[in-house]
Design a protein around this ligand. Structure first.
Ligand SMILES: [Mg+2]
Length: 219
């Protein structure tokens, strides 16, 4: 069966959250007002994140990317990319953050990743403008929508049914995890899956995931 790995970015590939840090640094007042309401589920992420991002002047976009560039990647990610490449399994990065941030952190690894799905930003106007090809009911990037597209218009080769592997760390990965037969979960995502009695593989770094998949695929 054809396989595809769908991996979250923030707090998963990066060792710490970068996107919330950007919102707090570049729009401190609005972030302080809106972020707690998003956590309390009073404002959908889709609305709150857009409102905060679109309050930031376009001229600061370069600073946002530079602020992100120095963020650390979790150990073993480069080796994991090599492993998937060798196994001919596509790696798809799915992030609710800004695509330019993901690319800045990944650097030369970008070319070795099958696709990155995240927010595009238009900097032509006074303030940032958010563009999302994957907007869902509650989030700007509906990760399940992205996954589903790989059995449809974005189909890898002619696979009609892909074996989905999901990797994540938090509540924004929950639906993606529920939709995947194989899930690697850490932090809050693991707790949410425990509550729902959904099976998952715990992980700490990308060496763990590589070693588990090696055993699973008997390479
Ligand atoms: Mg995350």
């Amino acid at each position: 069966m054809e396989k595809a790995v769908f991996c979250d970015f923030d707090g998963t590939i990066t060792a710490e959250e970068t996107f919330v840090a950007v919102l707090k640094k570049f729009a401190p007042e609005l972030a302080a007002e809106i972020i707690p309401s998003m956590y309390a589920l009073q404002i959908p992420l889709r609305v709150g994140v857009r409102q905060i991002l679109e309050s930031i002047p376009s001229r600061r976009y370069g600073e946002i990317i530079e602020f992100t560039r120095t963020k650390k990647i979790r150990p073993g990610f480069r080796e994991f990319v090599d492993f998937l490449h060798l196994s001919e399994v596509p790696l798809i990065v799915v992030s609710g953050g800004i695509k330019g941030m993901v690319e800045a952190v990944l650097g030369d690894l970008v070319d070795r990743i099958h696709a990155i799905h995240a927010l595009d930003i238009n900097t032509a106007g006074e303030n940032l403008q958010v563009i999302s090809a994957w907007e869902g009911e509650s989030e700007l990037v509906d990760k399940v929508k992205v996954m589903a597209s790989y059995n449809g218009e974005n189909a890898i080769r002619e696979a009609s049914s892909l074996q989905l592997i999901a990797i994540g760390d938090s509540v924004t990965d929950l639906n993606m995890a529920i939709a995947s037969p194989i899930v690697f979960a850490r932090d809050r995502l693991a707790q949410y899956l425990d509550q729902r009695q959904k099976n998952y593989l715990p992980w700490n770094d990308f060496f763990d995931i590589r070693d588990t998949l090696t055993r699973m695929w008997q390479l």
